[in-house]
Each structure stands twice: as structure tokens, then as C-alpha cells.
Design a protein around this ligand. Sequence first.
Ligand code: CUA
Length: 186
Amino acid sequence: MTLEPTHTGEAVAARIERRWATLSIAIVGLLVGMAAFVGIHQVTMPQGHVETADPRTLHLSGEFIESNLGSALESDGSVTVHAIGQQYSFTPQCIVVPAETPVTFRATSADVVHGLLIEGTNVNTMLVPGYVSVLQTRFKAPSEHVMPCQEFCGIGHQGMWGKIKVVDKAAFLKLTAARRRLTCVD
Ligand code: CUA
């Protein structure tokens, strides 16, 4: 008795092998596809808990109106700083904060992407128009820090600098008694 070539043991083995090879390539393909989807999805979608601020109406309403910029003492004793970056300056230009106090920065951009970096600290974030950048920090002792824009934002980028003045906690509290929003120039 003779078997057709397709029914010999060798042919059957080869067919099963091809099937498994196809299956393993499909699995690898699926995993690569999943990794690519997750990666692309992460970089193209904003985070779920992100806060937004419309750059066109910053000066009209909301937490970034001019009268609300600067440092403010919160009821829990911490300090919140509101700031805006725009071509080519920060508002306020000079920020005053107390030492030994939790400080929360809330900042955004009025035009293009800027960077907020406080020299000598771990504060370093991007200010993206449309989004609120939130950072928490604590300054150990009275000191002064420069705050350069660290994201290229146009022809005046090199000239975009701010300043942070850390003052003694008691001195800061004295200042807040007179005004709600503080900057160095008050
Ligand atoms: Cu703003 Cu560079």
C-alpha cells in the first residue's frame, strides 16, 4: 500500500511545525502591537487627572487672573504660588516664599511651551499652554534662586528669567498680614 505524499509522517510533521511557527510569529506580532499601542497611547493622550486652563482667558477669570498671581498662605499653613510663563517673562517676575514650609507651585503658559526650573532645587517642569503644572517643594533656609526658562520658546528664550526669594517664615507671615498675594516687589 502506498500513501499520498501529504499523508507521510514527514509531511504531517512539517505541516504541524509550520502551524506552530505561524502561531508563535502571531503571538510575537500581537505583543509588539500591544507594546506599540500602549506606548503611542501614553505619549499622545493627556493624563487622566490633568488640570486644564484655557490660555486665551487666563487674564479674564479663574485662578490665573493677575490679582491671584504670586504667593498666598493657605489655611493649613502651606503656601500656594500661582505663576504664568509667557514670551519672554514670568509673572510674577520675582516670587517670594517662606523657608521650612510646604510650597505648591501652580503654573501655566499663556502662549507657547516654557520651562520652569528653580536652580539649586529639584523643581523642574514644563509649562504647557492649556494645562496646569503642579509641583510641591520645600525650601530649607532663606536663599535666592534664579529661575530660568529651560525650554526653547523663541527668539527671546535666553532672556527669560525669573527669581525665587526664600525668606524667613516669620518674615513671610508678617508680609501676609498686609497682603493676600505676595511677590518680591510688594
Ligand atoms: Cu520661555 Cu524659553
